[in-house]
Design a protein around this ligand. Structure first.
Ligand code: AMP
Ligand code: GLY
Length: 425
């Protein structure tokens, strides 16, 4: 089977690494990929948002399946595009339709979905510039801190948490009236603050059946002890120790089942990953957000723990026979540590030469933001490399990743030294 995987980050390198281990793969292409994906497949210089270019590549290269890593092409409707093209409609695309992708593309849509299907989530209201006054009134009914969310995609920056009511009023005005996040904040969801500990649960669904993949926790802040600015993620751990059988049963009964059933009831074609951001509030799970893709860097710890052939899983997603595949999971813990460029998540330099990759032992290095330059590997993003290790405990896995984090070198290398700090016992 020939597969085209779309994307260029650590998530896609992890997916490509796993796909390439399948006996069933003939050719694996990654568009556009990075210096790491090049080692497990063939990179294709193609803009995934340009669906005509994707179509031409798929037709010209005998592609049998397309796997979409990031949300943007899904939100833009790549699945629908394939279904509407007579020559493409028999080629499965792993990912939800445009309507399904609204679970991530619109906060209001996802909140309405949760309300409709009785899925536990924070109390909320949704407002526009015309209902600014009502927004102020709704804020009065809540207590500090106040959570404001731009309705649309805002590159992970659209959520503000304000301690003071006056600050929340100012930010709400700035989002709705001054277009703080452009058109993404033409609508704002105001939410009750949920106090607890976060984790991510990933589900693979064919629209009828589902598999709950290993749980993971990521570390979003740039600084030690979860301080400083939000990033795409500085490291991740799987499994999450507090996500025990009892907690995961609640997640499955109260959240996963009604989500999959709700999508079907709403007539939404959804064959792909659902990433459920959860808050554990005193032992009870509440949904913070849905994403319609895998997490990054969570993929770099979840995928290495899946023993089942990924091509078998994806094929079952496409033909709705996921109930006939067994999901086998590695019992070991996997941890990943993200090496980033200094300055990130603000401005940073690119093009710095990376050394020591050949000296890494007993870890898997997933490339996040790298570029191949005639055999030299250069930094090409804020997040550069994710170093994943297995262990019998979080501590053991991290020790190995940290040893290798010292060996890899490039100018301006930075990483957090306390990934998993809140989970280690
Ligand atoms: P989101 O983009 O919806 O994942 O929000 C970004 C981050 O804001 C989440 O990872 C949480 O840490 C935090 N957050 C979002 N909604 C809430 C909420 N209702 N209560 C507490 N924290 C929240
Ligand atoms: N690590 C969080 C995300 O992928 O959105």
């Amino acid at each position: 089977m020939n597969i085209l995987l779309i994307g260029s980050g650590g998530r896609e390198h992890a997916l490509a690494w796993k796909l390439s281990q399948s006996q069933r793969i003939s050719k694996l292409f990654i568009a556009p990929g990075n210096a790491g994906t090049k080692n497990v497949g063939t990179n294709v210089d193609l803009d995934p948002q340009n669906f005509e270019a994707v179509r031409d590549f798929v037709r010209g290269n005998g592609i049998h399946m397309v796997v979409v890593g990031p949300e943007a092409p899904l939100v833009a409707g790549i699945v629908d595009y394939f279904q509407l093209e007579p020559t493409l409609k028999y080629i499965p695309v792993i990912g939800p339709s445009k309507q399904g992708a609204r679970l991530e593309g619109s906060k209001e849509f996802s909140k309405e979905f949760m309300m409709r299907h009785n899925i536990p989530t924070a109390k909320y209201g949704s407002f526009t510039a015309d209902s600014l006054e009502q927004g102020f009134e709704f804020l009065e009914t809540l207590s500090s801190p106040y959570v404001l969310k731009a309705d649309g995609l805002a590159a992970g920056k659209g959520v503000l948490i304000c301690d003071e009511l006056v600050e929340a009023r100012i930010e709400l005005t700035s989002m709705l009236v001054e277009h703080k996040f452009g058109s993404a904040s033409d609508k704002v969801v105001i939410e009750e603050f949920l106090k607890g500990i976060e984790l991510s649960v990933f589900v693979l669904t064919d629209g009828k059946n589902y598999k709950i993949l290993p749980s993971a926790k990521d570390y979003k802040r740039i600084g030690e002890g979860d301080t400083g600015l939000n990033t795409g993620g500085m490291g991740a751990v799987s499994p999450v120790p507090f996500a025990d059988q009892d907690f995961m049963n609640k997640v499955e009964q109260r959240i996963v089942k009604p989500t999959i059933k709700g999508l079907a009831q709403d007539g939404i074609d959804y064959r792909g990953f659902v990433f459920i951001g959860l808050m554990n509030v005193k032992g009870d799970p509440f949904v913070i957000e849905y994403n319609v893709r895998m997490g990054d860097p969570e993929t770099e710890v979840v995928i290495p723990r899946i023993k089942t052939d990924l091509v078998d899983l994806f094929e079952a997603v496409a033909d709705q026979s996921l109930d006939r595949v067994q999901l086998q999971v590695d019992d070991r813990t996997a941890c990943t540590v993200m090496l980033v460029s200094d300055g990130y998540p603000g401005a940073y330099q690119k093009g710095r030469q990376i050394g020591g990759l050949d000296k890494v032992k007993d870890s898997v290095v997933f490339h996040a933001g790298t570029k191949d330059d005639n055999g030299n590997v250069l930094t090409n993003g804020g997040r550069v490399l994710a170093i994943t290790s297995y262990g019998e405990s979080i501590g053991e896995a991290l020790e190995q990743s940290y040893a290798n984090a010292q060996i890899v070198s490039y100018e301006g290398k930075y990483f957090r030294t306390d990934i998993g700090f809140d989970l280690k016992n």
